[in-house]
Unconditional design. Structure first.
Lengths: 346, 327
């Protein structure tokens, strides 16, 4: 039965259900229990933002606080995965990936190929992504493109509670290493979520709004910005497809291409930086594979090529806005073949 | 036959000798064939260090996991990885342990508990912690063994792992194979503390240093700390002071070493020679028995090279298999 719950609770529920189902699922990370060895509550925190709160009471020692040693414990999760466990390692912020990247991209990502297909590494690395928390340059990045570049890694970034639960359960059951990116500004976002376990397959985008004038491709928080933009555009009688990629590796090219073939115009929205991003990737792929369908050049809406600024006044300018998306849709409608003459929504 | 004064049965003494001799001949043959241009890529040889891998691995079973180094051939052979599959891997053939996709620096066989040689120095230490963690959850008494050289003992990944293993009380042994050189850089210069026992102690681990060219010293020290780890006593560090007969990699002119250093080591610190002398001297094994093993090992290596050379190379269709491919 579906209830309205937050993305934070959906993630907690997914972990709980999988830990009940499969005794090899374990969870480790800094403060995932929160309070180990301290004089107060044994599970005081349940994660720095409380996402894993309550799981220690249910699963005890299968949840492990760690020293502040990301290389050691992320590597240990990967090693345990190669030895038959299904560990979930929580890396608090994706910005910390720099201190343990070797274990992810040289070890976990490569084992299967480098060992001739004779190893599997079913590890999930959960990590917070994204700006908007006034958390400044080292706690706010959207580093998804770095991981999509690495063969052997799967990269997931849900936009809502329902998808988060189904995609996390799929991630835990998947036999490849998965980088599971949780946008910290979506933790409180609520949607209808069934109480039971379910999976959402990787590589299946979700068309969250349909329209024939342009295609907006987004993921994570940007899906919501795109929907706001779509709402505003509807008032101008412009109807857009909004595609939530959900998983970035694998990526659902078919849905993107099919939409562009219908609309002829593409706007890609990415909270990452503009160069070598999901935005450039999608734009390039469509340019190479559906050039004939495009009636105008693809438009990209991204964060600027700067670190994430601290001051709220600057951070609000940094994050791609629905206004910027509306402007990009208008730009594509005003350029190229049939400029200004797009079909009006009835 | 005389009474056996050693802590191993006669059969195990013969097995240990065979393992060490196999490693030695494997490496000596690679040295020759590399110089001929038969071997692609980087090759780091373990000759001279056989007593460490063998003295430790004699205590291990398949459900004990090791995380090896770039100098991993000896670890693989001692852990029971098929010698022919290893040779074929080094030749980049489909019959290789990793079907030609790993090479010398990435030989692995998870079914034998060999989690892989590793081209990233120190990266195996966290993986061994994971192996120990998995064993702890399974409750099967298994251990994880992390091998690093003196060079990688300065990596953050390694040092973090010492602390993590102590904090989580993992059944993990950290073996520092100190051959005196990080590539060309002396351990005397690059490791600031005087003793690895002190370094272990700083992380809350017991540590022991042994003569890594003395098989029996390695065997006894490893046996004690592995038994302790299996029984829940937690991690430990074992430093094996050893010698490297070849350069960092094949093709290394070794101009950083003293003149005559390697010749002196081969003459006076050959772990296989000293092992054989002691065992024969005690009258437990006859020289002819070791000589027979020597011949069998040479035949095995010859066959491994011949079959590796004859084996098929991977083809274009192998390029895209064994990995998740998005496009």
């Amino acid at each position: 039965m579906a209830r309205k719950i937050s993305m934070k609770d959906a993630i907690n529920e997914a972990i709980d259900l999988e830990m009940r189902r499969d005794p090899t699922v374990i969870l480790m990370g800094e403060d995932v229990v929160g309070g180990t060895g301290s004089p107060g509550e044994a599970d005081a925190w349940g994660g720095v933002l409380g996402v894993t709160k309550g799981l220690y009471a249910k699963h005890g020692k299968r949840l492990m606080d760690t020293p502040l040693s990301e290389s050691a414990y992320v590597g240990a999760a990967i090693g345990a995965a190669a030895c038959g466990m299904r560990p979930i390692a929580e890396l608090m912020f994706i910005d910390f990936m720099g201190v343990c990247f070797d274990e992810i991209f040289n070890q976990a990502a490569k084992f299967k190929y480098m060992f001739g297909g004779k190893a599997q590494t079913p590890v999930v690395i959960r990590t917070m992504v994204g700006a908007g928390f006034r958390a400044a340059a080292q706690h706010s990045q959207m580093l998804t493109p770095i991981f999509t570049h690495i063969p052997g890694l799967k990269v997931v970034c849900p936009s809502n509670a329902y998808d988060a639960k189904g995609l996390l359960i799929q991630s835990i059951r998947d036999n490849d290493p998965v980088i599971f990116c949780e946008h910290k500004n979506l933790y409180a976002h609520e949607s209808d979520v069934p109480a039971e376990a379910y999976t959402i397959p990787f590589g299946e985008a979700n068309v969250v709004r349909e329209g024939k004038d342009a295609t907006i491709v987004a993921y994570g928080l940007m899906v919501h910005k795109a929907l706001e933009a779509a709402e505003a555009l509807a008032k101008e009688k412009v109807a857009v497809d909004v595609i939530d990629l959900r998983t970035l590796s694998p990526i659902d090219w078919d849905t993107v291409i099919e939409s562009v073939e219908n609309t002829g115009r593409l706007v890609v929205v990415d909270e990452a930086h503009p160069r070598c991003s999901i935005a450039t990737d999608v734009a390039a792929y469509v340019g190479q594979n559906a050039f004939g369908a495009l009636r105008a050049g693809a438009q990209m809406v991204t964060a600027p090529h700067t670190p994430v600024p601290f001051s709220p006044a600057l951070e609000d300018l940094y994050i791609p806005s629905s206004g910027a998306i509306v402007a990009a849709v208008r730009r594509t409608l005003a350029s190229g073949e049939g400029a200004g003459g797009h079909r009006k929504a009835s | 036959m005389a009474n056996n004064p050693f802590p191993l049965s006669r059969e195990d003494l013969l097995k240990a000798y065979r393992t060490m001799r196999t490693i030695r001949e494997f490496e000596e043959r690679l040295h020759v064939d590399f110089a001929k241009g038969d071997i692609p890529g980087f090759v780091h040889l373990y000759a001279g260090e056989e007593a460490s891998a063998t003295g430790i691995m004699m205590h291990l079973k398949d459900n004990d996991r090791i995380a090896s180094t770039h100098r991993g051939h000896g670890h693989g052979i001692a852990k029971g990885v098929d010698v022919r599959a290893m040779m074929a891997e080094i030749y980049g053939k489909t019959t290789g342990a990793c079907r030609g996709k790993g090479g010398s620096m990435h030989i692995a066989d998870l079914s034998k508990g060999m989690m892989g040689a590793n081209g990233i120095l120190g990266a195996g230490a966290p993986l061994a912690c994971g192996a120990g963690l998995a064993a702890k959850f399974r409750g099967d008494g298994g251990v994880g063994i992390s091998f690093v050289g003196d060079g990688a003992s300065n990596q953050g990944m390694f040092l973090e792992s010492l602390n993590l293993a102590a904090v989580w009380n993992l059944p993990v042994i950290f073996v520092v194979e100190n051959n005196g050189y990080a590539e060309s850089t002396s351990v005397e210069w690059a490791v600031a503390c005087d003793s690895y026992v002190d370094r272990a102690s700083g992380f809350g681990l017991p540590g022991v240093t042994v003569d890594g060219t003395d098989f029996f010293a390695v065997y006894e020290a490893a046996g004690e700390i592995i038994r302790r780890a299996r029984e829940g006593g937690g991690p430990a560090l074992l430093e094996c002071e050893m010698v490297r007969f070849f350069g960092h990699f094949e093709g290394d002119a070794q101009t950083y070493r003293a003149k005559g250093e390697v010749e002196e080591l081969r003459a006076n610190r050959d772990c296989i020679k000293s092992f054989a002398e002691r065992v024969i001297g005690a009258g437990v094994v006859k020289a002819e028995e070791f000589a027979a093993i020597d011949r069998e090992v040479l035949d095995l290596i010859e066959d491994a090279v011949r079959s590796a050379k004859a084996a098929p190379l991977p083809t274009a269709q192998d390029l895209l298999t064994d990995v998740y491919v998005a496009y």
